[in-house]
Design a protein around this ligand. Structure first.
Ligand SMILES: [Zn+2]
Length: 315
């Protein structure tokens, strides 16, 4: 494959189809690599051929190379590649063992409104409910920032993106989107939707290799960490907060079945990190408002919100 320098990559739209990043996948805009950083030394990345290289060499350290495999950028430090690959394999096996269905293209695009067979009762209904709330929050941000109804709306990263259905939806909604997960397998991981227009990145979600102060929105799709371990939550959150622009937004979508204590603990961590949680925007339809009122009348306590949405201090 021929090597094309950075200047051409970022400046020459006319050469779109010959540019290597778009050779690896057909993306939206040119800004994907500016959202990422080397997982070893945190320096910026550039692409040459089908290899992404960090700037470590020009900043006094050794350079590190990362490659696209099956269209997925493998952005994992060399000494952790075997471990991350094993986690990805284990995820494929665990999902298969639970009898979860792997979606074809049509089923993938209908997520989460139309769930997949084999999942626990209520799983996808919960995810659809949480996703509807996330969209209301994002619409609130778009209106506050004076965004147009369609067109580029910002840069988003989904951490714990699984098979990528939410990253797909954010891309369709106009976000330049990165889907990040350890799981890169073809049945349950980032490999499920191979013609993705969002950039798929296999990386460590506990220490996501993101550039500092670069993202408008970061979504933890499966809780702060899939393990649920508190010792893992803090570093994952700290990396994400550092990657947000001032005034950027962090969303934590809680996994189905997450208990109220765990939800409250995550909120305490997020506010402890200096972020300000937003109130859930009002639902606009009469039917939705009536349902919410009915739920409150039936249940003495309002259930905890399935999505935490909080803003980094503007400065
Ligand atoms: Zn590096």
């Amino acid at each position: 494959m021929s090597t094309i320098d950075d200047g051409m990559l970022y400046n020459q739209d006319i050469r779109r189809d010959t540019r290597p990043l778009n050779g690896a996948f057909k993306g939206r805009g040119h800004h994907y690599l500016s959202l990422l950083a080397c997982p070893v030394d945190g320096t910026r990345l550039r692409v040459s051929g089908d290899t992404v290289t960090c700037a470590g060499d020009s900043e006094g350290g050794p350079a590190h190379d990362y490659r696209f495999e099956d269209g997925i950028l493998r952005l994992v430090a060399p000494d952790r590649q075997a471990e991350i690959a094993a986690l990805s394999e284990a995820h494929e096996s665990a999902c298969a063992a639970q009898g979860w269905t792997s979606p074809d293209e049509g089923a993938f695009k209908r997520l989460p409104q139309t769930g997949l067979p084999g999942y626990p009762d209520g799983y996808w209904a919960f995810v659809a409910h949480a996703t509807a709330l996330l969209w209301r929050f994002l619409e609130m941000v778009r209106q506050q920032s004076g965004g147009l109804p369609v067109g580029p709306v910002g840069e988003a990263v989904v951490i714990g993106a699984g098979n990528g259905w939410l990253a797909y939806a954010l891309d369709v909604a106009g976000y330049t989107t990165i889907a990040l997960d350890t799981a890169a397998g073809p049945r349950y991981g980032l490999g499920v939707y191979s013609i993705a227009r969002y950039l798929r990145v296999q990386a460590d979600p506990l220490r996501p290799p993101l550039a500092r102060r670069a993202c408008d929105v970061i979504v933890f799709q499966d809780g702060l960490v899939r393990s649920g371990r508190e010792s893992d939550q803090r570093p994952a959150l700290d990396h994400a907060v550092a990657a947000l622009r001032p005034g950027g937004w962090l969303a934590v979508m809680h996994a189905p079945g997450t208990g109220e204590d765990a939800i409250n603990a995550a909120e305490a961590l997020v506010t402890g990190a200096g972020l300000l949680p937003a109130e859930a925007p009002r639902q606009t339809s009469w039917r939705a408002r009536l349902n919410t009122l009915r739920e409150r009348l039936i249940q003495r306590d309002t259930p905890p919100s399935p999505v935490l949405f909080a803003q980094k201090e503007p400065s």
